[in-house]
Design a binder for this molecule. Structure first.
Ligand code: NAD
Ligand code: MG
Length: 338
């Protein structure tokens, strides 16, 4: 489950340095990317089944990190598919932007996209540079181009710059994944401040709107948008009053926009995960008490790992899903969806 035992096929890469300022960029242009080496970065077959059979169950040890948290500091480390996801060219030549691509569910989508043949730009917060560096390397190891675009998506001007930079550095855009989110557990509405309410809505709803609005003019027929919603949209927890509302908003946004963009051939779908073992949960997303038994209530008796969502993202992005739009794909271990 650790990324260190992953021995990818060697890929030649060029590392373009970090640009200081609001939009720092690390771009890698692997020569191998153009030669489509299907073996690049691919783990041996059979690994995924083995990994799933030993996924961790509660009780989990106490742990807490300052927001936004790092996957690299979690115990146990989440499985994002580093040693297991095998691609088969389903997204060859595609160009994707994934917010929150450094860790958790976003990282799992990024690894899968790259191993399916896509070039990928990731957005994350500057404090997550350590996680992001690992992801940049994983994209490069798959023989694809990696573009790192750190910055805070609560800022509309940054969201516009983010999309413009992704388009410029990738040479176009045809997959947009709005996956970044803020989740902060608060037991009572009386303790829910306007500042927190605003923070959650800015990150989860406004940024999705701003990024999508900036991206749509660049998307051609066959492109798609995937939003990471949640079971919280349908079965909200009492301590996630603000967050759950944003997840419902994302579902409505997905369905309405799918109707707007259908005739243009642009598909819009969402994924609704259940409890997944990610930094969001250990950096204020859950109480310590909930964290210890995280996933226990799921019919599977454990939380999902980010790797278990990867194929859902690939499926929704792939051309074969060309008649699938306005849908919400649940990956919740058996509970919580409509
Ligand atoms: P995560 O912490 O790995 O990912 C969330 C990411 O959001 C962070 O990595 C960070 O880069 C990004 N982010 C947060 N605020 C930001 C800001 N202001 N500017 C830029 N980036 C910012 O956790 P995750 O659980 O993988 O979360 C990914 C998505 O999955 C979120 O939309 C979350 O709501 C959703 N989700 C998670 C679970 C779960 O149990 N973990 C369940 C359902 C849905
Ligand atoms: Mg992160």
């Amino acid at each position: 489950m650790d990324s260190n035992d992953h021995k990818p096929a060697p890929a030649r890469r060029r590392f373009v340095g970090t640009v200081a300022g609001g939009l720092a960029a690390v771009a890698a242009v692997p020569a191998a990317a153009q030669q489509a080496d299907p073996a690049a970065g691919q783990p041996p077959a059979g690994r995924a089944r083995e990994a799933a059979s030993r996924y961790p169950r509660p009780p989990f040890q106490n742990q807490s990190q300052p927001w936004p948290g790092l996957a690299g500091k979690m115990t146990p480390r989440p499985d994002h598919g580093e040693t297991t996801y095998r691609g088969s060219g389903r997204l060859t030549g595609r160009k994707a932007l994934v917010t929150g691509g450094d860790s958790g569910i976003g990282r799992a989508a990024v690894i899968a996209f790259a191993r399916e043949g896509a070039d990928v730009a990731i957005n994350y917060l500057p404090a997550e540079e350590a996680d992001a560096r690992e992801v940049v390397k994983l994209i490069q190891d798959a023989g694809r181009k990696a573009v790192a675009l750190p910055g805070d998506i609560r800022d509309e001007a940054f969201c516009r710059k983010l999309v413009a930079e992704a388009v410029r550095q990738l040479g176009g855009l045809d997959i947009v994944v709005n996956n970044a989110a803020r989740q902060h557990s608060t037991d009572s509405i009386l303790d829910l401040t306007t500042e927190q309410f605003d923070w959650t809505f800015k990150t989860n709803v406004y940024a999705m709107f701003w990024i999508t609005k900036a991206a749509v003019p660049h998307l051609k027929a066959g492109s798609c948008i995937i939003n990471t919603a949640s079971v919280q949209a349908y079965d909200p927890s009492p301590n996630l009053l603000d967050y759950a509302q944003t997840k419902s908003a994302q579902v409505a946004f997905t369905k309405a926009l799918a109707k707007q963009l259908g005739k243009k051939g642009i598909r819009v779908n969402a994924i609704a995960p259940g409890p997944i073992w990610t930094p969001l949960q250990v950096s204020g997303g859950q109480t310590q008490e909930n964290l210890k038994k995280f996933g226990e209530d799921s019919p599977m008796g454990r939380p999902g790992q980010p790797a278990e969502l990867a194929l859902a993202f690939v499926t929704l992005a792939a051309d074969e899903s060309s008649y699938t739009t306005g849908q919400v794909y649940g990956v919740a271990g058996g509970a919580g969806n409509p």
